[in-house]
Ligand binder design. Structure first.
Ligand code: GLP
Length: 240
């Protein structure tokens, strides 16, 4: 059963997450970090880049893998996960030669997923996996479904994903998603799930209710032995 650690607000949650990640990096400098995008982890990543100014060596061996991507957006599209990760982590932490990512507009999306899957099979597993909670329970673009592909795959985006706030700045509409699979996430050594804001009250209630089911993919995290579920007060479900 997942037990949340509750923080007063998003800032406190982000500070804890950044300190937690820094502590893990001290234990394992060449950790492979899988990074979600979206609004929730943004402040955590800013805090890591601030830390880089005082302690650059902490990040000298860190490896980064992109969790997911909006297929079809240009890499410099303001809404692309690529642009977010480059601005928040890759550039400030100087990870350019230790960064693996889905191409945004591959000629053959399935072949691109196979390439990332082969890289992960050789260089994985993920050591530290930072995830956000979709309002429909998705993790990355592992969308609710009767069955979930285990590894990197091309995803059909749900209406919920297509109405995600990231896309308000998009120059074009994504036509599909590229994502690591649920097995990749469950094979991560440590998972930290960040949950913030009133829009997450309903999915957090469902997550804490417990049943493990593929039509609420985040519920599969209950099968993982090392999940840190961090939420802020505003995301806490109000009693019915
Ligand atoms: C998006 C992304 C996920 C992200 C999630 C939550 O659709 N595909 O990687 O973690 O939804 O985003 P937010 O933190 O903005 O709520």
């Amino acid at each position: 059963m997942l037990k949340p650690q509750v923080f007063p607000d998003h800032e406190a949650l982000s500070r804890h997450a950044a300190d937690w990640l820094a502590a893990r990096l001290r234990e394992q400098p060449d950790a492979l970090l899988c990074a979600a995008t979206g609004a929730t982890p943004l402040r955590t990543y800013q805090l890591l880049s601030e830390r880089h100014r005082d302690e650059p060596n902490l990040f000298a061996h860190l490896r980064l893998i992109k969790l997911d991507e909006w297929g079809g957006l240009a890499p410099d599209d303001p809404a692309s996960c690529e642009r977010h990760l480059r601005e928040l982590l890759v550039d400030p932490l100087k990870l350019h030669d230790r960064y693996i990512a889905f191409d945004n507009r591959p000629a053959d999306p399935q072949a691109e997923c196979d390439r990332v899957a082969a890289w992960l099979a050789q260089h994985g597993p993920i050591d530290l996996c930072v995830l956000g909670l979709g309002t429909n329970g998705h993790l990355g673009f592992n969308e609710p479904a009767a069955a979930l592909p285990p590894h990197a795959h091309v995803a059909t985006l749900s209406e919920t994903s297509l109405s995600h706030s990231m896309l308000t700045t998009a120059r074009t509409r994504p036509t599909y998603g590229l994502t690591l699979g649920i097995a990749d996430l469950l094979q991560a050594r440590r998972v930290v799930l960040l949950v913030s804001g009133p829009s997450k009250q309903a999915p957090l209630r469902e997550l804490l209710a417990g049943p493990v089911r593929t039509n609420f993919p985040a519920s599969l995290l209950a099968l993982h032995p090392q999940v840190d579920l961090l939420c802020d007060q505003s995301a806490l479900p109000t009693p019915p």
